[in-house]
Design a protein around this ligand. Structure first.
Ligand SMILES: *Cc1c(COP(=O)(O)O)cnc(C)c1O
Length: 396
């Protein structure tokens, strides 16, 4: 759809945009301009004259339509782990007499670690209750303060129903917090329709804003002026440049800002969002289902030793497909050496992301043929692809 707008290395089929999106060509020039014309020439005046100060809100408004959010309900900044902390802390404060955070066992570890740490800080006797993904609905009861879920499972691509679970959470009086890390830019999200109190997500996966790009946080419009920020940074103050002694939260979503925004990374995000100006997320979703279905069908046919662990029903699946195989680690390494980049998640998951902005059937078919060859001709078993004793690398 937009392949010519991305820098993709020659001879590489990139099936890992679910972990780190590729470089939008426009970001190169945009960052350069921010560095040279703004930082270089405007120096400190750029905070106002180049709009740096407002950038987290301006970009929040650009991103909002992609996740079905209203204007002035989304703001950028910090990393996703921090945004999880802020949203969860706000949710817990809204339910002071309840003592359960409900999540599922497939949730991404940082979300759960943040919850553990936050529980200790609150001094409340809060339990982090983890259930199987299929058991979330039945585990919602009047003890639950916050239901904290990631919509699309990072390992399997399994998708929760945000509308149904949010409705159920609200029916028992729980606050709903959704992590959209693997949703934003991959599938249509309707925050206004589903009505959760909070949502968070990152911009370096399907939104292609680059390593370390700022995360986003959403609060429901009716809560904007009510939630108590747990991180009371000066950029979230009602008048940051009055340098008051006491903290007074800014109106609405601005109170979820913390400190100085990462201006260069915001420039990259701005360029990355340009790509969405004339692409519809519905079209992206439709195409990603087509590519994923093609991939599943052909891989199962050609490599029956691989076992699909993603939902077979495309409506239940995000934009990635995962298979398990005992030799998955070696296979993923051998694939990368042969121009197909997917990734491996312990203990035996081979994960492939489908991103129609820069992938088409032709690329996917090529990848399938290479995978078939690597696996069925035992290329994976070559010495250089052997698994080391300690595993490193990113795990998102
Ligand atoms: C990718 C991802 C993160 C990453 O958090 P950072 O703070 O950006 O490192 C967190 N949660 C989920 C569910 C993710 O998929």
């Amino acid at each position: 759809m937009k392949k010519n707008q991305f820098h993709l290395p020659d001879g590489v089929i990139y099936l890992d945009g679910n972990s780190l999106g590729p470089l939008p060509k426009a970001a190169i020039e945009r960052i350069q301009k921010t560095v040279v014309d703004e930082w270089g020439d405007m120096l400190i005046t750029a905070w106002n004259s180049a709009g740096w100060f407002q950038q987290p809100n301006v970009l929040g408004n650009r991103l909002a339509p992609l996740i079905g959010a209203a204007t002035d309900t989304v703001v950028l900044g910090d990393t996703l782990s921090i945004k999880v902390f802020q949203a969860l802390a706000a949710g817990l404060q809204m339910r002071p007499d309840r003592n359960v955070i409900l999540s599922d066992k497939g949730n991404f570890p940082t979300d759960l670690y943040i919850a553990e740490g936050l529980i200790k800080l609150t001094g409340r006797d809060i339990q982090l209750k983890l259930v199987e993904p299929e058991e979330v609905a039945d585990s919602l009861d009047e003890g639950v303060a916050v239901m904290m879920l990631t919509e699309v499972d990072y390992k399997t691509g399994r998708m929760h129903s945000m509308s149904e679970l949010t409705r159920k959470a609200h029916s028992v009086g729980a606050v709903a917090l959704w992590d959209l890390a693997h949703s934003a830019g991959a599938i249509p999200v309707d925050l206004q329709g589903c009505n959760p109190e909070f949502a968070v997500g990152c911009t370096y996966k399907y939104l292609n804003a680059g390593p370390g790009a700022p995360a986003f946080i959403y609060t429901r419009p009716d809560l904007g002026d009510i939630v108590e920020p747990a991180l009371c940074g000066w950029m979230g103050h009602a008048s940051p440049f009055a340098f008051d002694k006491g903290y007074k939260p800014a109106p609405s979503i601005s109170r979820m800002r913390v400190g100085t925004p990462p201006v260069l990374q915001m420039a990259a995000l701005d360029a990355a969002l340009d790509i969405w100006d004339d692409v519809s997320i519905d079209d992206v979703r439709k195409k990603s289902i087509e590519l994923s279905e093609l991939f599943i069908k052909e891989i199962e046919l050609r490599c029956p030793q691989l076992r699909l662990i993603s939902p077979r029903d495309s409506k239940m699946r995000g934009s990635q497909v995962s298979f398990t195989w005992d030799n998955g680690f070696e296979a993923i390494k051998a694939l990368a050496a042969n121009g197909v980049i997917g990734d491996f998640r312990a203990p035996d998951v081979m994960r492939f992301g489908f991103t129609p902005l820069y992938l088409d059937e032709h690329d996917v078919m090529k990848a399938i043929i290479i995978i078939e060859k690597i696996i069925n001709e035992n290329i994976w078993a070559q010495e250089q692809f052997k698994r080391p004793s300690s595993l490193g690398g990113r795990a998102t």
